[in-house]
Design a protein around this ligand. Structure first.
Ligand code: BGC
Length: 433
């Protein structure tokens, strides 16, 4: 039996990227320094990217041809403030032109201010562990919103604060490469919460004071995964609970409600209120938690369900689990009743064999949510272009559009053409499962 369904005409469909992963050419950010010491997969470097910094006009035309209605991108802090306190006119002009072109093409920009990277000068001061971290970041936010706020009304303050702090201070994958430093994880998480709360207020204030047109919308992009106990072992359940609390929950409370929870602290540092106009959800996969007697692992080790076949995994071995999108959205909605944007959802699939079905199956979960009155308003597929997958280098192919890294030629994959039709018609024909 074929199943067809439609999404509402005002539901926006598009795609997402991040500056460090696609732009190339910037020597002032900390991922370039990280590449230089061989920390990116296969000795690769962020200096390459997909050459988007020079090809952005061509890429916007491609976005338009693919009927993308909205586009989530980030601005590279180090291009705006390459040295502390020195603001780059060139950087500002570049991004202004990029936003203008997007708007002219009828594509709504959602702009991320912090997507895992920072200027190397900020990293050298200690990054988010430095005493002035929040202050430094807020200065950048202030400058950016004053420089771009007439063109950009929608802002995402911080991308995946949980993944960022975990991979930088617990797993040693992102700069500064610390391992198991739980104190740093907490300290940085608390600072990211405070930076978001202050940014939320500041962005609204600046856009209002300047009379910038368009409704100001500010949120963050939270990485929410499905965590389940592997079996009924009490430690599996305890470990799942602790990881869920420390990886998902304390961020929700902080970023949305403005509340610092144990062990971050107590109380409301910026007052009580709601500090998100939308909740951005980045959803990819499910993890099972297997009992472990190691308290350093929070009593359980995350793993991929051993019973699933290769056809249910992506090129990086992550489980493809569309129902999880329904679950994470429902949980956020039930608690906060705030509009939800799927700020990321995608698949590394070099052969492009699974992407179309992946998109359709996840959109179907959104349709189920909409039918139940859950206000999901946007879907940004990750990613528009093939890009630098952080430590994994350029191997994983997340792009709707394939990039040939020798010639930098772009080629929309078949799944991109199918997705473009969905964006145009809001209609999904013949869902096969
Ligand atoms: C990040 C992206 C990344 C994607 C796939 C998210 O964690 O925000 O930068 O490329 O997942 O791993």
């Amino acid at each position: 039996m074929s199943k067809s369904f439609e999404l509402p005409k005002d539901f926006l469909l598009g795609s997402a990227t991040a500056a460090t992963q696609i732009e190339g050419g910037d020597i002032y950010n900390n991922w370039y320094a990280w590449s230089l010491i061989g920390k990116v997969g296969n000795g690769e470097s962020s200096i390459t990217g997909a050459d988007h910094y020079r090809r952005y006009a061509e890429d916007i035309e491609l976005l338009s041809q693919l009927h993308q209605e909205c586009y989530r991108m980030s601005i590279e802090w180090s291009r705006i403030e390459p040295k502390q306190g020195e603001w780059s006119k060139e950087g500002v002009e570049h991004y202004r032109d990029e936003f203008q072109r997007l708007i002219k093409a009828g594509i709504k920009p959602l702009v991320t201010l912090h997507h895992f990277s920072c200027p190397q000068w900020f990293q050298e001061k200690g990054g988010w562990l430095s005493e002035n971290a929040v202050e430094d970041f807020i200065r950048f936010v202030d400058f950016s919103v004053k420089s771009f706020g007439d063109l950009v009304s929608e802002w995402c303050t911080i991308n995946e604060p949980n993944v960022f702090a975990n991979d930088s201070y617990m797993d040693g994958k992102y700069p500064p490469g610390s391992h198991g430093d739980i104190a740093a994880y907490m300290k940085v998480t608390k600072r990211l919460v405070i930076a978001h709360l202050k940014s939320y207020k500041l962005i609204h204030k600046i856009r209002k004071e300047h009379g910038f047109a368009g409704e100001t919308k500010v949120g963050f992009a939270h990485h929410l995964a499905i965590f389940e106990p592997f079996d009924s072992h009490p430690l599996a359940k305890l470990g799942r609970f602790l990881s869920d609390y420390l990886f998902h929950e304390i961020h929700m409370k902080g970023f949305v409600e403005g509340k610092l929870c144990f062990p971050l602290g107590f109380g409301y540092p910026e007052g009580k209120g709601i500090f998100c106009d939308f909740i951005g959800i980045n959803y990819y996969s499910r993890h099972l938690f297997k009992a472990s007697y190691n308290p350093g692992n929070l009593f359980a080790t995350p793993m991929v369900d051993p019973s699933i076949s290769d056809s249910e995994k992506n090129d990086l071995g992550w489980e493809i689990y569309p129902e999880g999108l329904y679950k994470v959205c429902h949980r956020a909605w039930d608690k906060y009743k705030l509009p939800i944007y799927i700020t990321e959802n995608g698949i590394p699939d070099a052969k492009d064999e699974k992407r179309e079905k992946y998109i359709v199956d996840h959109l179907y979960q959104i349709k189920l949510l909409l039918d139940e009155g859950v206000k999901v308003e946007r879907y940004y597929h990750w990613s528009f272009l093939d890009n630098l997958e952080w430590n994994d280098g350029y191997g994983p192919r997340f792009g709707l559009v394939e990039v040939d890294y020798t010639t930098m030629k772009r080629k929309p994959r078949l799944s991109a053409l199918r997705y473009a039709e969905i964006c145009r018609t809001k209609r999904i024909e013949n869902r096969s499962t």
